[in-house]
Design a protein. Structure first.
Length: 416
């Protein structure tokens, strides 16, 4: 059902600009994760919600230019290496028609993983549109795993079109865009400066919190150097990613709105890309770009008036016995404190978050954020999980929130 809705959406929802209605395409993988984690009797809830989001996005698109994916372009036979070369040239020159042709050719010539090996560096290149290019790429990879590569040609064409968007909302001035791409180029030059054994370093939660503190004050020019310095001191891959997670969740805590969810979903996308890839250069690029993006998010969100909150100020509720349910808490501060203790069991935390989400989700971002938060919480060191869980409650749905339209629809149908 999810794959069928996804295919319909791919054909009727313009992936450019990569925002707005495109979120219905970016949540299908998250909906599949949640459906798979729910009791069997409740698995229809994410499916119904996703179907509604797809139909609404299609209707929104129809009210505009009423885009429909054009017929696949004809592709001349050529050696596989030539198709790869053309694809890289098209992505490097922001040539959407050439990228579309090359994507069709590569779908025919490559496997799922081989195609995305070519795409990851381009998706991680551009922060503009607040991380959505990497989010779209990662969500597409995961959706296509369920859909199957044979049926994925439209998904491949859509994600390439989205990744080749050029600042469609004018969110960044020319000078800002120039700085973003200069930082990316600097990180390409930094790849070789990470130690050869950087992934095998020690688990060091204190170093993770130290990286968080430094990222609060870092400039875009030196954020990548903070990662290299930590790795050079022997701090391991997980602890470096934990520092980036802490930074992302703190930004979401300080900005409890849709824009503030994107540091977490972006870190999740970059981290997942780094786990999927088999290329060491891509793995290094993802972690260096993540450091830059936390600085970019900090500055992008600052004019919105952040709350004066820090992760290291969050505290346990000091409960006796089994931890109470943070999702049933009356106040936000109580939810933070209860979640601090609940995080000791990340599986139980995720199961509860998904149970509540299925009934209370109001928009696509709820699914994307919740799954990203649960996955990052599960990947983190146990010492970092309490702060991450507490901060996530600023954006997670809770029991007191209104039910969503899918629930109301299901209730009406059952009453009949």
């Amino acid at each position: 059902m999810l794959s069928a809705a996804y295919l319909a959406g791919l054909r009727e929802i313009d992936p450019s600009p990569i925002g707005g209605q495109v979120h219905a395409l970016m949540m299908v993988a998250s909906a599949a994760v949640v459906a798979g984690a729910l009791p069997r009797a409740d698995r229809a809830l994410p499916v119904l919600f996703h179907l509604q989001r797809i139909k609404r996005s299609v209707a929104r698109d129809a009210r505009g230019e009423d885009w429909t994916m054009p017929a696949a372009p004809a592709v001349e036979p050529a050696p596989r290496a030539e198709h790869v070369r053309v694809f890289r040239a098209a992505m490097g020159s922001w040539d959407e028609p050439a990228g579309d042709r090359a994507a069709v050719a590569l779908h025919r010539e490559l496997s799922l993983r081989e195609f995305f090996e070519e795409l990851w560096p381009w998706a991680a290149r551009d922060f503009r549109i607040i991380g959505h290019k990497m989010i779209f790429a990662t969500q597409t990879f995961r959706a296509v795993e369920d859909l199957g590569w044979r049926l994925a040609r439209d998904a491949v064409r859509a994600v390439v079109r989205g990744v080749l968007d050029q600042n469609p909302y004018d969110a960044f001035a020319a000078d800002d865009s120039k700085a973003i791409f200069a930082a990316h180029e600097a990180n390409l030059e930094r790849l070789g400066r990470l130690p050869a054994n950087w992934r095998a370093g020690r688990d060091d939660p204190e170093a993770s919190f130290e990286l968080l503190a430094k990222l609060r004050e870092s400039t875009l020019e030196n954020a990548g150097d903070l990662v290299i310095a930590a790795a050079t001191r022997g701090v391991g891959e997980r602890s470096i990613w934990d520092g980036l997670r802490l930074a992302a969740f703190e930004l979401s805590l300080r900005h409890p709105d849709i824009a503030g969810m994107h540091p977490v979903t972006s870190v999740n996308a970059l981290y997942r890309g780094s786990r999927i890839t088999d290329r060491e250069a891509t793995r290094r690029l993802c972690v260096l770009q993540a450091a830059d993006w936390m600085v970019l998010f900090r500055d992008f969100l600052a004019p919105r008036g952040p709350r004066d909150l820090r992760l290291d100020a969050l505290r346990s509720a000091q409960q006796k016995g089994a931890p109470a349910d943070p999702f049933g808490a009356g106040s936000e501060s109580e939810a933070w404190s209860l979640a601090y203790d609940f995080a000791a069991d990340p599986v139980a935390f995720g199961r509860r978050a998904y149970d509540v989400l299925a009934v209370k989700a109001q928009h696509d971002h709820d699914y994307k954020f919740t799954v990203a938060a649960v996955e990052e919480l599960s990947a983190a060191h146990p010492r970092c999980r309490p702060a991450l869980a507490a901060a996530s409650m600023a954006d997670l749905r809770r029991v007191g929130d209104p039910d969503n339209d899918a629930i109301e629809l299901l209730r009406r149908r059952r009453l009949r």
